[in-house]
Every structure is written in structure tokens, then in C-alpha cells.
Design a protein around this ligand. Structure first.
Ligand code: SAM
Ligand code: SF4
Length: 331
């Protein structure tokens, strides 16, 4: 139970979901996410594991019930297992759920320890099951390694949701087969519209695929019924009838979901962003170092007083909505 005032923003939305980017680094370079040449933060700038844990625990005391560890690629951070174990102790005791989003390149080695630490569900990015297309999108990834990681997660008892960014001319023909594959394996599938976050080497508009059209195509091929499930996220869900598979649509461009926003995001540098699409922020690292838990509380109250009402994504705009990449803010 929360032992301190709940986090309610200036629009009356209760904030119950924290995403933590534990590193901005990644072993892949997905074209819609990163440029080929990226400058990453110096290690000295990163929050120490103890600081991440203290901040997360303060959030839990203030009513956060769900935490997702993400990045960058969370499994490239060496001490991430220690963080999962520390935060895992709060599952069922303040925290309803601890989850992770990963590209699964290293999941085969980590799945069992994540499950043992209290993670029950995991999101894995998989934009293509075709080796060449996967290599092209990620610039050098090996899809067999990723699928091996996914199967290891399933074998460790983790529920798996596949995240697939819909990319015009790249993976659109693979969306229906991906849903079939997810049904066969008992995975959920979330489709995501590409968002204008950070500079990349291409024009995102060239690959933008509105999920409205994708959904119509899927609805013609699969028996889909509306599912009222909410994962604490922005997806709208459908169930593939008589299967365990849910289809989620994350459509920030074609169906704004900001009215029900319940989340904030902590970067690996300790900056708290209150919206993916704006620069409003508070520096929790400084607040913790200068003022301890009381300093954190003051900063969290400031963050609630400034959370924007909604993002203003425009895929056709000349510049991204914000200069930071999803990997920095925490996807
Ligand atoms: N590396 C991990 C992964 O790929 O799952 C976690 C971090 S990644 C930033 C989290 C999610 O954000 C992934 O599903 C990825 O496909 C998605 N993503 C990254 N950049 C995006 C963008 N510009 N628009 C939409 N989704 C994006
Ligand atoms: Fe890395 Fe994930 Fe971004 Fe791909 S989407 S480059 S795996 S952080």
C-alpha cells in the first residue's frame, strides 16, 4: 500500500506506471530507432544501480504499481540482474508487476534468472522473422538468436508479447504471418506505429504504416473480438477468437491515447520525462543526491505539476517531435 501521497498530475490522471531505461546502449541499431552512428552517454553519467533502486522504491511508495525495465537494451547492462532481483522483492508487496522490454539477443542466458526474480511477462521486439529483413532492419541482428531467446523465455514460464513496429515496404507482408506464428506459440502480438523520436538516417514518413489499414486487413483474415484487457499501456486489444493470443494496436499517430496516460519515464541519467513527445523533465539524480528522499518527493510533485496533456506527433514534420531517441527515454 502507498505510504505517501499518490502521484496525480495536473490533468487529474493517476500515475501508476514507471518505465526505467537502464542503459541507452544497444547491441542492435534498428533503423527506425537509432542512427547507425550513435553517441552514447559516458558511464560516469549513469545512475548507479543503488540510485535506480532508491528512486524506483520511492515511486512504489507513492503508488506506482507497475515497473518496466527497458532501454536501449536492458540486458546489455551488466548489473541488470541485481536490479531485477532487488525490485522483484516488491512484486506482491506494493508492485503488481515488474516487466522488461528486450530485443532478446541475450535472453537465452537470462530468461531463467528473470523468471526466478519475479518477472512474469516480457515484451520482445521482433519486426521480422525473415533473416535478411531482420538483419536489414536491425543493421546486423541474427533472428535465429532472437527466436532462441524468445523460446527460452517461454520455457522459463514467462508470458511473451511480441512487439512489431509496422514498416511500410519492409515488414507489412509479414504482419498476418506473425499473428499466425504468435497464435501457434501462445504469444500476444502488439503492433506499433513508428514515432518521430530522435534523428535517424532515413525519413520515418517513408516507412510509416497506419495501423488503421493494417487492422482492416487482419480483421478480414482472423476472427477478432474486442478485448477489454488493459495492460496499463496505450494499446487497444483484440482477441483472436478461441486462442490465447491477444492482438494489441499502439497507434499514437492515428488514435491518440493520451487522455488515459498513466506513465512517466526515467532515463539512465536520472532524468524523469513526463511525456514521450515533450521535453518536460525533472532531474531526479540531482534531487536524490542533494536532498535524499525528501528531495525526490519535491521533484516528483514538480513533475506532476508539469506533465503535458498530450503528445503532438506529426510523422510528416521536417524534424522529430523531440531530439531524444526512444532508447534514451525508455520505450
Ligand atoms: N531494446 C529493447 C527492444 O527493442 O525491445 C527495448 C528498448 S526499445 C526502444 C522499446 C520498443 O520501442 C521496441 O519495441 C521498439 O521497437 C520500439 N521503438 C523504438 N523506436 C521507436 C520509434 N521511433 N517508434 C516506435 N517504436 C519504437
Ligand atoms: Fe536497440 Fe531496441 Fe532500439 Fe532496436 S529498438 S535499436 S533493439 S533499443
Amino acid at each position: 500500500m502507498a505510504s505517501a501521497p499518490a502521484l496525480i498530475d495536473r490533468h487529474g490522471r493517476t500515475i501508476s506506471y514507471l518505465r526505467i531505461s537502464v542503459t541507452d546502449r544497444c547491441d542492435l541499431r534498428c533503423r527506425y530507432c537509432m542512427a547507425e552512428q550513435m553517441t552514447f552517454l559516458p558511464r560516469a553519467a549513469l545512475l548507479k544501480l543503488e540510485e535506480i533502486a532508491l528512486i524506483a522504491e520511492r515511486f512504489i511508495a507513492r503508488g506506482i504499481t507497475k515497473i518496466r525495465l527497458t532501454g536501449g537494451e536492458p540486458l546489455v547492462r551488466r548489473d541488470v540482474g541485481d536490479l531485477v532481483r532487488r525490485l522483484g522483492r516488491h512484486v506482491g508487496a506494493g508492485l503488481d508487476e515488474l516487466t522488461m522490454t528486450t530485443n532478446a539477443t541475450r535472453l537465452a542466458n537470462h530468461a531463467a534468472e528473470l523468471a526466478a526474480a519475479g518477472i512474469r511477462r516480457i515484451n520482445v521486439s521482433l519486426d521480422s522473422r525473415d533473416p535478411e529483413t531482420f538483419r536489414y532492419i536491425t543493421r546486423h541482428g541474427d533472428v535465429a538468436q532472437v527466436i532462441g531467446g524468445i523460446m527460452a523465455a517461454r520455457d522459463a514460464g514467462l508470458a511473451v508479447k511480441i512487439n512489431m513496429v509496422a514498416l511500410k515496404g519492409l515488414n507489412e507482408a509479414e504482419i498476418a504471418p506473425m499473428l499466425d506464428w504468435c497464435v501457434d506459440h501462445g504469444f500476444d502480438l502488439s503492433l506499433i506505429e513508428t514515432m518521430p523520436l530522435g534523428a535517424i538516417d532515413e525519413d520515418r514518413a517513408d516507412r510509416f504504416l497506419p495501423l488503421t489499414a493494417v487492422f482492416d486487413d487482419l480483421a478480414a483474415r482472423f476472427p477478432l473480438t474486442r478485448d477489454t484487457h488493459r495492460s496499463g499501456g496505450p494499446a487497444r486489444y483484440w482477441r483472436v477468437s478461441e486462442t490465447d493470443t491477444r492482438l494489441g494496436l499502439i497507434s499514437p499517430l492515428t488514435a491518440n491515447f493520451c487522455d488515459t496516460c498513466n506513465r512517466v519515464r526515467l532515463t539512465t541519467e536520472g532524468i524523469l520525462y513526463t511525456c514521450l513527445g515533450h521535453d518536460d523533465q525533472v532531474d531526479l539524480k540531482q534531487a536524490l543526491r542533494d536532498g535524499g528522499l525528501a528531495g525526490l518527493d519535491t521533484a516528483l510533485d514538480r513533475a506532476m505539476a508539469s506533465k503535458p496533456a498530450r503528445h503532438d506527433f506529426d510523422i510528416a514534420a521536417a524534424a522529430p517531435a523531440v531530439s531524444r531517441h526512444m532508447s534514451v527515454t525508455g520505450g
